[in-house]
Design a protein around this ligand. Structure first.
Ligand code: NAP
Length: 311
């Protein structure tokens, strides 16, 4: 069935990221029209709102695509239902709670001839592509990721983050891995990890990861959910031509301490532009590399008990 223009979207899960980013990004892109909301609790004035996806399907409201903004633990069932109904699906990150789920969705999308987009919003931060371009042809000798934020500031009340499948500190950490896997020229592999898990929670609150790439370059990542004061979302890469630093989650690029690239944040407009392109091309984009690294950390990581976390 041909997709209408604009692409009519039903958004599922009206939480923080849906309100902060998806609603404005769709409103700013004439290729999309938000036509319905599926939310267990909330409504969006002026739009048909449904408590479940089944209710939306039964309503007769016409839509072409779904933007899935729920926590990862409930993504697979909803995404599968949408794909089987012939709808294009945009998945918030991480694309699922397990790698097997995401592979299943990839196959279902292919079988139904619809688009599946596993989004990695941080890859659309403005300095990421310039960093990748600058690194091309340089000799890289080491990389360090420092992703430190205060969970009480950025994730208040998000109990799902501490449950199995919620990823804990890897919820932001996977953004760093999505950038590192985009800018570093060679694949890298986990050699060891330490996961600090609060005694009253299921997911890590801090993590240290050591990787090595195919020519032996060390890549070190430190994720911290207990950072108060200045926050850091930084990646440093040592090269034969100087020190590259991506700061502010990929928004600014520095070479040897000099700011060389900065642009206004436009991650979600970038994701929606890509979604429109993929739908027009009849293609999907399902890169699981960042999630694979997280899964590897959970497979290989040494657990260390951390003090109970109380919000
Ligand atoms: P959130 O504020 O907790 O919102 C998630 C929404 O999903 C809830 O408000 C709820 O909306 C719906 N939901 C459906 N089933 C749920 C369940 N079993 N438990 C909890 N909520 C459920 O979380 P968020 O920060 O928007 O994050 C959602 C996803 O976006 C996560 O995968 C996260 O990694 C990703 N993300 C978040 C950010 C950020 O800055 N917060 C940035 C980028 C990506 P209804 O009440 O409408 O059903």
């Amino acid at each position: 069935m041909p997709t209408a223009t604009p692409i009519r979207v039903a958004l599922i899960g009206l939480g923080k990221i849906a309100r902060d980013q998806h609603l404005p990004a769709m409103a700013g892109n004439p290729d999309f029209e938000l036509v319905a909301i599926v939310s267990r609790h909330a409504e969006q004035p002026g739009l048909p709102s449904f408590h479940t996806f089944d209710e939306l399907q039964a309503s007769g409201v016409a839509f072409d695509a779904v933007a899935l903004c729920t926590p990862p633990q409930v993504r697979h069932g909803l995404a599968r239902q949408a794909l089987e109904a012939g709808k294009h699906v945009m998945l918030e990150k991480p694309p699922g709670a397990t790698l097997s789920e995401v592979e299943d969705l990839r196959q279902v999308a292919e079988a139904h001839g619809v688009t599946l987009q596993a989004t990695w919003h941080s890859r659309y931060a403005p300095a990421v592509q310039p960093a990748r371009d600058w690194l091309a042809g340089k000799t890289i000798t080491a990389a360090r990721i420092n992703w430190r934020e205060d969970v009480r500031v950025w994730h208040p009340g998000q109990d799902w983050i501490w449950e199995p499948g919620g990823l804990g500190v890897f919820d932001p950490g996977i953004n760093a891995l999505s950038i590192a896997t985009a800018v570093l020229p060679r694949p890298f592999f986990l050699t060891s990890a330490v996961l600090h898990v609060p005694e009253n929670r299921q997911s890590p609150i801090q993590a240290e990861l050591d990787f090595v790439d195919t020519v032996g370059t060390p890549v070190r990542a430190e994720f911290d959910f207990l950072q108060t004061g200045p926050q850091s979302w930084d990646i440093e890469i040592d090269t034969d031509a100087g020190l590259l630093r991506l700061s502010h989650g990929g928004a600014r690029l520095w070479i040897d301490g000099a700011l060389v690239h900065e642009a206004p944040e436009a991650e979600y407009p970038g994701l929606y532009a890509r979604f429109a392109e993929l739908i027009a091309a009849g293609a999907s984009d399902v890169d699981v590399t960042p999630l694979r690294h997280v899964a590897d950390a959970f497979l290989l990581g040494r657990r260390v008990a951390a003090p109970a976390f109380v919000e």
